[in-house]
Write a protein that binds this ligand. Structure first.
Ligand code: HEM
Length: 478
């Protein structure tokens, strides 16, 4: 199947990758020395600006094809699992770190895992989970109230990650790990080391046996695996005590343990712990970083913050936190989340690998070629959005301006990916984002949100893209 942003042209012969433009590199290393891992996304976006919507670059012997036209990107992402898949290097790196799960598996393995994970994250489960979501949000509000009373700056991302880990563990494992109220070394101190380690292994030009073993990563891995084994053991005990749960599991871990223990099951223990870790990792940074960016953007745009706060007060009435039904009515708050993800997508690039020889936008792409999809250039292009660099959440409300309605915007900005592998956690993520935003806007005034030394906030890519070092100061409302 050929993937194109326009109608395919039979009269135009396909070009080869070698004919694509791209930055000049060194003979053996290619462009490796021009890339700083934590700023890779900025570099490839800069090259897209210079070389256009399709170009190439090389890290040692791996030649990447880079695409940024939203229609072409969507075409590649939709052509999975048979035409494209996640890269073999990602799969091998995740396996070596012991968290090979839905995000990293391919082919039939992915086909088997996906429905199980989808069931655990579907809207019905999330609705049933709402009382727990409220409880965790209330705890989180108390943590921020204490910081506000003590005039203590809040380490925004670290705090948000406590929230997202507690929520994910609650929903997926049925376990209340309560890192929000713990001041001891908590699980995400260890989790924090794993995504950067994964990114390093995926992008390293060196073979695995030549890379140095990092003791902090090894220690983090051991701690996280121990915690996950504990969650699995607890789920097994629940299934033994209540055999009915095997047929009607209450959460993802119970569903997977029941499947693993079924005679003839082809799930392994490794699949089980790999998927549990995947949930923690995929649900933690992405949602916390999106919230951190959103809070920072709202602080910089008081008129949007004011409109969001008014919506929260109007919709919530006497409630301290939104009910499940009220969450669905927070349209402007949700628009703020979409606008944040357009400007600050926490997954700014998705690397796919061609499964078979194909043609992408008139270029022959042989099987095995890594294709890097850039998610931001189309979303901040004047061709797709008026005043594209501005934070204007109202553009996500249907009917805002001719040709700029929410539907077409959603086809261009794809923060959750697209096609069969689109993010299964998006419904949960948006619920968390709206809960935290509503809690913040209802119970606090933001005094300040700033990066180190009041400087312009930097973006750092460590698998997901986060703001560097945001500190927030709050004042509690009476
Ligand atoms: C704002 C928050 C989030 C963002 C921006 C985000 C973004 C993404 C993106 C871009 C992908 C790749 C999609 C593709 O390849 O087309 C993805 C996949 C995935 N996400 Fe999320 N995600 C978020 C939250 C979550 C949460 C809360 C969970 C679960 C608790 C989760 C679980 C997953 C999983 C398991 C996959 C792999 C799906 C597959 O390959 O079939 N994500 N996410």
């Amino acid at each position: 199947m050929a993937i194109t942003s326009d109608e395919p042209r039979a009269d135009k012969p396909a070009r080869r990758i070698s004919e694509l433009p791209g930055p000049r590199g060194l003979p053996l290393l290619g462009n490796a020395l021009q890339i700083e891992r934590e700023r890779l996304h900025r570099q490839v976006e800069q090259w897209a600006h210079e070389y256009g919507e399709m170009y190439r670059f090389r890290i040692a012997s791996r030649e990447f094809v880079v695409i940024s036209n939203p229609a072409t990107v969507a075409g590649v992402l939709r052509d999975r699992p048979d035409g494209f898949q996640r890269g073999a290097k990602l799969n091998a790196a995740a396996r070596s770190l012991g968290f090979n799960g839905l995000f990293t598996v391919n082919g039939d393995e992915w086909r088997r895992h996906r429905p199980m994970v989808l069931r655990g994250l579907d809207p019905t489960h999330i609705k049933a989970f709402h009382p727990t979501l409220v409880r965790v949000t209330e705890r989180f509000a108390n943590r921020w109230r204490r910081a506000a009373e003590a005039a203590q700056p809040i380490d925004l991302q670290a705090d948000l990650m406590r929230y997202t880990v507690d929520v994910t563990a609650g929903l997926a494992f049925g376990t209340d790990i309560n890192t929000i109220e713990s001041d001891e070394e908590v699980i995400q101190t260890h989790l924090d080391k794993l995504l950067p380690a994964l990114a390093k292994r995926v992008l390293s030009p060196l073979p695995r046996w030549l890379t140095r073993r990092d003791p902090a990563v090894a220690e983090g891995l051991a701690a996280v695996h121990e915690a996950v084994s504990g969650f699995i053991a607890a789920a097994r005990r629940r299934l033994a005590d209540e055999p009915g749960l095997r047929e009607q599991p209450r959460n993802l871990i119970e569903a997977m343990v029941a499947e693993r223990d079924r005679p003839g099951s082809d799930l392994s223990d490794e699949d089980l712990s790999g998927n549990m870790l995947t949930m923690l990792l995929a649900g933690e940074d992405t949602t916390a970083n999106t919230l951190a960016w959103m809070i920072w953007l709202l602080h910089r745009h008081p008129e949007a913050a004011q409109r969001a706060a008014e919506e929260v007060h109007r919709v919530l009435g006497a409630e301290a936190h939104p009910t499940h039904e009220q969450l669905a009515q927070l349209d402007f708050v949700e628009a703020c989340a979409h606008e944040t993800m357009r400007l600050k997508p926490v997954a700014p690039l998705l690397i796919q690998e061609a499964v078979r020889d194909t043609v992408v936008d008139g270029v022959e792409v042989p099987a095995g070629t890594p294709v890097m999809c850039l998610m931001r250039p189309g979303a901040v292009s004047a061709a797709n959005f008026a005043d594209p660099q501005a934070f204007r959440p109202e553009r996500w409300l249907a009917g805002d301006g001719p040709g700029r309605a929410a539907g077409s915007a959603k086809r261009v900005a794809m923060p959750f990916g697209a096609g069969p592998r689109t993010c299964p956690g998006r419904y949960l993520a948006l619920s968390e984002i709206k809960m935290v935003a509503a809690m913040l806007l209802r119970h606090f005034d933001i005094v300040d949100v700033a990066g180190p030394g009041g400087m312009e906030v930097q973006e750092r890519l460590a698998f997901t893209m986060s703001p560097v070092g945001l500190k927030m100061r709050l004042r509690a409302r009476s």
